[in-house]
Design a protein around this ligand. Sequence first.
Ligand code: HEC
Ligand code: HEC
Length: 416
Amino acid sequence: MLDLTSASVSSVVESAPLPAMGTLPDQIRAGRAFFFTGRGRWSGNGTSAADATEHGSAWSSCGTCHPDGLTDNLTWIFAAGPRQSTSLDGSFSHGIPGTVKQRIFNWTAVIDELHDFETNARGVSGGKGALTTSATCGILAAETRTSITGSGLASPPVQEVQDTQAMNCTTDWNRVTDFVKVIRPPRARRYGDAASVSRGAALFGGAGGCTHCHGGAGWTISNRFYTPISLNNGAGGLPAQAFTAPVTFPLSQSSPNTTQIALQHPSADSFVPTTIPPLQLTCALRNVGTFGVPGSTATTDALEVRSTAFIFGGTMMSTRAQGRAGYNVPALYGLAVGAPYLHHGKAATLEELFTDPLWLPHTQAGNVNFLVGGSAATDRADLINFLLTIDALTTEIPVPAGYASGCACPGGGGSC
Ligand code: HEC
Ligand code: HEC
């Protein structure tokens, strides 16, 4: 307790005992600390005199852009393109235990494990990172960063490297994963017009056809159906496994790629006559016509840029963003606190998302006759009222038959 008169600590009162070392609550606590405090290896690299004593000045952490584990609601220009910060409440689903799943990460389905964000800890926060080796682990200056050429969907995956390398220093990324799993979506509206909400739910699962893409666990068909290991991510694995679009899907909505892991297909975007990196999980992508600003080539070309040009065949190719072939279907938790919407944040409100003709291909992706005619305004209001009630407790609505993701393991199995 602080004694304000003498400006001293008069007694120590613990609000609650810390969880026992090594238990899951303790691991979650550690992951939360790494995520938010950005101390030590998360922002310091031990090479300067200041770092040696300070162990990281914590000027940035994951929490900088993901306050409370959610989103700062800003659109950053990242290496893949303009990217609205994703709320991590939907990175894992929150439905019935046993059905909980991890989605593929990022707007263009380019990341499959939390460990891949090592590049963020090193590059954005200036930290040593948590994938290091040393004979004297714990002294940052004496630790060597492991090369992470296999981050994203490439091989060997980062967690596999962590688990198999000699003199590995920490498994902190496992703790961050434990924490992200328990980020709860904000509690949604409870006191709306109940009849309107249930009409909206019926439209979502029925006439709107929203569940073709936003059905199932975590309100998205996006699903990490495989364990990131060399066997799956390596050349003979998912990069060689055929991708066949579900027959019920209009071809225009499916990725033109023919294998499960691939670079964006050259046919998707005539702006650059080549593939666009990084590697994507093809079966998680759906094209709903949201690349740039539809109808305005100049605005699209100015908007859909990436922070660094990509190199192809030794030539600096372009700063064209990835995404023309479609996006990773987002989870729909926390919409009331997550505006603006879409990967580039171009829809300011849910009303705009479902009214502006620019985004009509998305609104009608599940049914070309949706939100037309005399009932459009009421249906739109009902749909939005329902969307605003989605949180961890809302009963998930399954994906209708025929609209499964099209994901398949090496050899054709459903999980690997
Ligand atoms: C500079 C802002 C910024 C910082 C710092 C940041 N993120 Fe992010 N994060 C983003 C943006 C923007 C996206 C969307 C990127 C994309 O889709 O290409 C994102 C996406 C993610 C996702 C994908 C979620 C999903 O379900 O698709 C995860 C997981 C994530 N970040 C974790 C982290 C972790 C862990 C750290 C700390 C090491 C971190 N982020 C630091 C801005 C940031
Ligand atoms: C064919 C697949 C598909 C269908 C059908 C579909 N969506 Fe989407 N939805 C997507 C994709 C992909 C995005 C992301 C697009 C982007 O960011 O550019 C998205 C984005 C959204 C967003 C914005 C989320 C955010 O965090 O920015 C909302 C809300 C949404 N959809 C609700 C719906 C509703 C309601 C319906 C039914 C009327 C529907 N969607 C139908 C694929 C689909």
